[in-house]
Each structure stands twice: as C-alpha cells, then as structure tokens.
Write a protein that binds this ligand. Structure first.
Ligand code: ARG
Length: 284
C-alpha cells in the first residue's frame, strides 16, 4: 500500500469522527445516504416500488435520492455563478439521473477535490461528479461509471512572462502549482522531481498565484486550462498528452452503478449529451 492510499484512510476515519469535514455547504438530506438520524441508516426502496391507487391516477413510486458532490472552481465542468452551482458535470449528472427510473437527484454538496472520495466512502454523498479521472489508484477505493469525457493535461504560464516551457523537464527548478489530490499534482510530484511543488485547495487559487508570480506554472486538465486562459493573464505553454477519461464516482457497493451507466448511455444516445457539450464547449 502506498502512502497516499494510507493517508486517504486516515482522512476518512477522521471525517467519520468529525461528522463530515471538508464540506463547504452541509445539508441534512437523508435520501440514499446511510447513517441518518436514527433508524438503521439505510434507505430501502420497496420492492415493486408501487404504492398508488388502483386506477393509476396518483401512482406513488418509492424513489431513492442520490446525493451528488462536486468540487467547484473547475470551469466549465463545475463552478459558481454567484451562488449557483453550474457547469457541464452538473447538467450531465442531472440528465443522467433523470433517465434512471426509481432515483432522483438530491441537493449538491461542495467539497475540496481531495475530500470527495472520503465524503463518498463515509456516505456523506452518493455520487462524485467532478471531472474525476478514472485511474487504478482511485479504483482501489471507489467505482467509476463508464467514461463520459476525455482530456489531456496542460501547463499554464503567465502570458506576459519570460518563462515558456516546452516540456515537463523545463519545469524543474521552478515553483509549480496544482490542486491537491489531482492527476495534475501526481504529474508534478512524479515527473518533475526538481520543481518546488505548491499544493492548492483549488485551481482558482493556483492560477491567481501564477498571475501574481508566486508560481511559474500550473499543471491542470486542458479544457479547464483553456478556460482560465480565456479569462486571465495566463496561457497554455504546452499540452501533456495523458488521454485521461472522466467518470462519475460511486461507492464500490453502490446499488445503482448499472442503472447509472444505462442512464448515461441513454443521454448519449438521445442527443442530450451532445447538447450539453455544445452548451459548455461551444460548437466545434
Ligand atoms: N481530472 C483531474 C483528476 O481527476 C482533475 C479534477 C479536478 N476536479 C475538480 N472538480 N476540481 O485528478
């Protein structure tokens, strides 16, 4: 077991102790979360699921709530527009769950990215929708849906700066930022041993520090880097092809993994997926 995995476990037991830590906005929704107030902590869907009147006018299906969690500050996938949580992942998740019979989407909870997996395993949330890359390390702890988006990493630098790296090697000797717990962080830590790594709770802070000159580069997913580049005095210096695939995260024993994959397939088939891509990435 490597150290990262161990510290996830520590964090998780800590989260259990303090209740839910790391959450920005805590809500008391029950739904399909275990460990509510009282009861055995498990919400069950009645078999057959129907309790309605016979003529079928008001059929009352038992519906299980899926509480989703994300880490905003990662536009256009998830970010805040004023108080409102918006983005590609928000729309996609909403559309997918709409296609899952017997389930409904609960209220979104917001976390730092590195707190999402602990929040999921401690049953604080039921689903992660956070542009999370499917990888083996994470698969030791959680399950992923089928892939829903593909992206490479890229390296941001200041637009007016003199530093224009062409490869990861060029980052050695420089202060480089990334978000805690991300694949961008792993790249810096594993492939740029002589960089001074600075870890940030989110990429908004990392990019601000890049603009301020506190770091010389930030490593992050290319679609998000391009979004920052269109809005701040930063630009993509080069792309590191990683071919990462994003998946929605669920507990390994989640009862709705298949239903969610079917919902995702339906959304891809009926054109909704394409609409959401066009909405957030513009027509190609
Ligand atoms: N795709 C990267 C990863 O899985 C970065 C995801 C960051 N997501 C976020 N919502 N901040 O590690």
């Amino acid at each position: 077991m490597d150290r990262k995995f161990e510290s996830d476990i520590d964090r998780r037991s800590y989260l259990k102790l303090v209740g839910a830590g790391g959450a920005v906005g805590m809500m008391g929704t029950a739904g399909c979360l275990g460990g509510g107030d009282g009861g055995d902590g498990e919400t069950t869907t009645t078999e057959g699921g129907e309790t309605g009147t016979e003529g079928g006018e008001t059929t009352d299906m038992e519906v299980t709530e899926i509480v989703p969690g994300t880490a905003p500050g990662f536009a256009p996938f998830e970010f805040k527009e004023g108080d409102e949580l918006v983005g590609f992942d928000i729309d996609l998740t909403t559309a997918v769950v709409e296609n899952m019979e017997g389930y409904e989407l609960g209220e979104w909870k917001e976390f730092e990215f590195s707190s999402l997996i602990p929040a999921l395993t401690s049953e604080n949330i039921d689903l992660i929708a956070a542009a999370m890359t499917i990888n083996d390390e994470r698969k030791q702890t959680i399950s992923f849906s089928d892939p829903y988006y593909e992206a490479d990493q890229s390296v941001l630098v200041r637009t007016d700066g003199e530093f224009s790296p062409g490869s990861l090697d060029d980052l050695n000797g420089h202060p480089v930022g990334a978000q805690k717990g991300t694949t961008g962080e792993s790249i810096v830590q594993e492939q740029v041993p002589d960089a001074t790594y600075r870890a940030y709770d989110n990429y908004v802070l990392a990019v601000r520090d890049l603009e301020n000159g506190n770091v010389d580069a930030v490593v992050l997913d290319k679609p998000v880097a391009e979004n920052f580049a269109s809005q701040s005095a930063v630009e993509v210096a080069f792309v590191e092809e990683t071919g990462e695939k994003y998946g929605l995260g669920m507990r390994q024993d989640s009862e709705f993994i298949d239903a969610l994959n079917e919902g995702l397939a339906a959304v891809k088939e009926d054109g909704t997926y394409e609409e959401i891509v066009n909405k957030w990435f513009g027509q190609e």
